[in-house]
Structure formats: structure tokens, C-alpha cells
Design a binder for this molecule. Sequence first.
Ligand code: AMP
Length: 547
Amino acid sequence: MGMQQTPLLMHRLLERGAQVAPDEEIVTATTDGYRRQTYKETRDRAHQLAHALHDAGIGIGDRVATFMWNGARHMEAYYAIASMGAVLHTLNLRLPDTDLEYIIEHAQDKIIIVDADVLPLLEKLKGRMPSVERIVVATEPGCEGWKTELPNPIDYEAFIEGKPTEYDWPDIDENSPLGLCYTSGTTGKPKGVEYEHRSQYLHTLTLGMTDTIALSAADTILSIVPMFHVMSWGVPWAATMLGSKHVLPHRFMDPKRIAQMLIDEKVTISAGVPTIWQGLRAVVDAAPDQFDFSSLQRVTCGGAAAPEALIRWYWEKLGVEMVQGWGMTETSPLATISKRIMKRSHLALDDDQIIANLAKAGRPMPGLDIEIFDENFKPLPHDGKAVGEILIRGPWICDSYYHTDQPDKFHEGWLITGDVGKIDEEEYLIITDRSKDLVKSGGEWISSVDLENHIVGMSGVAQACVVAQPHPKWDERPVAVVVPAEGAKVTPEQVIEHCAKAFAKWQLPDDVMFVDAIPLTSTGKMDKKVVRADLADKGYKLPDLRG
Ligand code: AMP
């Protein structure tokens, strides 16, 4: 062999930021300003955190959870936990406590690092987290003075204080896990996806490619996409590898504050779901002369389809390129990318053609295979017409769920994505539908099957079908279509009230409609495509409940 067999371990990339850009900043938004620390400080603190975790009994392969916003301490946790060979389990702040309880138990988390302001959410799990030995509480200015009855709590700063700033990162196998993220299933319990050093290492490198999001050492990136979901699309790793200036919004997610961060920190690139970009657009539209976004060059938009009108608005009003990405928790997540110019011949396209291309999910990331298949797993042509189930395979695509057997999600080495679409002659993937039964509201999942099962448990209800309907702000909201039992009288308010007993407020249907029957497929399942098409035919519009 001619080359060294260097294992692709994440610490190799993470140590680079502090080496090449020691004075570059990681900026965390606080109640009335920003907290700044350098890459060198972040690196040293990450080494200290690794020592503290090690001294608290964390070894290679142990799960350490975070329950945190995007902030510098969360960045330190990413750095330390992955580099020391432990597993960073990011807990989603928006999940109902029953799901969190299940996930923490399933992952056997030993320590949870939690932001002080969300401590009350975790407090609900008191006595329900038997695997958790210790809670480490991180405080940003304005959140000091926390109290908790959770086990063995310690302040983050006290936890790392006095620890050495050099940790000898272990040489482990490159296929060892470094991260764990749970995704909501169509029904039943959330499923864990484990990320490995090798898969994240390769994924991280692609973020710097000119033909993808082109993250660079010259950029200031505002990471809005949560670090508690799918490793924040890989941005924390890539920004640290490159030494990009990294701005983190913490809990300050309202569009006005986001606008201010973009301006104050002269942000050049940002990443978030369409709801974020819709929100920012509304703020700018309301006061067009108030904002100077001249530094901003591009925003990456993913997690749900980026509407063409939104892409056009960012380009025409702000001169900002909206780069679309498609992927999922199981795909690390970047699977396809669409940017203005994807090949040399696109230089000759007019703006309408370019924007039409941007509205497609995109072309495959290097090294991934993406195909569409019919119901017998026969591949379909890439002609922009044939519609099939999207399957994907490659070095950062998951091949199984964490300690959960789900063979129906895989086929001969391919992941069955649950998304439906077509591929055109230029290899653009176009998402047309979803075969998995989920509603995605503001980047967060709502299980239509769970809502349906709950609604049919109500007396006076014979059948229930929950479908997603497009919403200008949240992308999608759930609508319940209900068949009442013979002679029964049920009101929409009663259905919503019944759902409120088991679901978070943001998961409740926006509307309840009563029908005589629900259309069925040939195999007797509720035919949601037809239900959605019927609503569209009738010109259905969601009631304006959620702004
Ligand atoms: P998650 O696992 O929560 O990251 O969600 C992944 C799912 O979000 C995908 O399987 C799609 O259903 C949806 N999604 C993500 N990106 C896009 C996109 N660009 N266009 C349409 N749907 C998307």
C-alpha cells in the first residue's frame, strides 16, 4: 500500500480551526448582546470538558446527552464528546416529555448537559431518567441562579474548572460512533440514527466544496438550524475545521433578532428551514428600508421544500442566493443540493430558469447513489416524468436504526427514504410527495398516524385521517378528516380537546372536517394522496390560527 491508513477521526478536523484561526470568534447571542470567545479558547475549553467528563466516568462509547440551544458551550460539547470517543446524543428541545423519557432511556444517557433556561423542561422528567447520573447546567448571561431537583447537578463552569487544556484524544476505529439523533417515526417510538467518525468526516469535507454550500474560512456563518437536530446539518464540524467565524443564536430565534444578528455580525452565509426564511422575509417586507443585509451572500434552506416565490424574493430583494438542500436524519443529512449554477451550461440560463432549478431538491452529493423505484423495486427512468419512491445509499447514509429492528426501511443496501419524487435528465431530484405519514411544521415532525390513532379512540368517532396542508409560515400544518360513528354528534372543539390530552399544543390539528367516508387504496389503506387531492380540488384553505 502506498498511503498511510490514517483513521478518519473527527478530532483531526476539529483541532484545525484553533490551529489555523486561533483568534477567530464564536459568537453566542445573549439577552442583550453577544458573548464572544475565540477558537483557541473553545479548543482549550473542549479539552477541559473532555477531562471533566472522563473524571465523571465517561469512557469510549458512552452516551452524553445535550439539551441545549445553539451556543458556544454546545459547540464545546460537540468537540469534546466526539473527540474523546464518547457519543454526543443531541436531545430535541421541542419533543414532548414522554418522547424524551423514552429516548434518554433507550440511549442510556449517563450525563446530560443542559442550558439553564430549558432546565424546567427537563425537570418534568424528574425520577424518570434512571440511566442519568449527572446533570451539568450551562448558563449564559441572564440565566444565572438556576435550581434543580434532578440528580447530582453541577454548574458547567465548576465542572470544567481547573481541568488540563490538553486531552490525549484516543485512536479509535474510524467506524466508531460519535453522535446519536432520534427522529420521529410514522408511528410508535422515535428511532435513533447513529453517526460515525468516518461518515461525519467525509460529510464535513463536502460542506466546503464550491458546488455545495461552499463554506469557507472567509465566511461568517449564522447557524440557525438547531444543533439538537441532525448535527445542525454538519455546520458545527465544518465551521470548526475551516475556522469560519461562527454566530450562534441561542434561544433568540425571533425573526427581528435574527435580522439584527445578520447585520451586527456581518454574516455572509446562514442555514435554516423555510419557516425561518419566511419569518425574516415578513420582517423585511414590513420595514423594507430598515435593514442592510449587504454582507449576506447566500442562505441554505432545507428540512422542507423551499418555495419558488421565497427563492425569488431573496434573490430579487436582497441579492441573496438561496441554496436548497434535501436530506433527512438518516442521511447525515446532506443528500442533494441545488444552487444557482450547477454546471457550466447553466451560465447561459436566464433568471427564471435558474430559480426553477433552485426550487428542485437538487443534484446528489458526491459519492451518493439516489434512485427512484416503482412498487416492485424496479428502477425508473431519469426523465423528469416517472414518479417513484426515493432510495439512497452511500458512505453517510444509515443502514439500520440504533438498537431497533426496522427491516422495512431498507432494501438491499438502500435506505427507503419515505419521500416520493422524480429525477430529471440533469439528475435533479424533485420531491413530489411523501409516502411516510408525517406532517412537518416549522421543521418539526407531527405524526399523523399517532394523531389518527388517538382520535379514533374517542367515542363517537369511526375513522380519522390526518393530512398535511400547506401553510405560508409553518410549511405544513395537520388537518383531521373525521368520519363520525353512526348517529353520533362530535364537534371539532371536542376532537381538538381530546388531542390536547396527549399532544403538545403545536402538534394539534389546525382544523377538523367531518366527512361520510375516507377514500381507500387497493390494499384498503387510507389513500392520503386522494384525500389531499380532494382538499386541493375544493380549494381548501387552512383557517388562520397560527399566524
Ligand atoms: P428530518 O429527518 O427531520 O431531517 O426530515 C427529513 C425529511 O424532511 C425528508 O425526508 C423530507 O420529507 C423533508 N425534507 C427535507 N428537505 C426537504 C426539501 N428540500 N424538500 C422537500 N422535503 C424536504
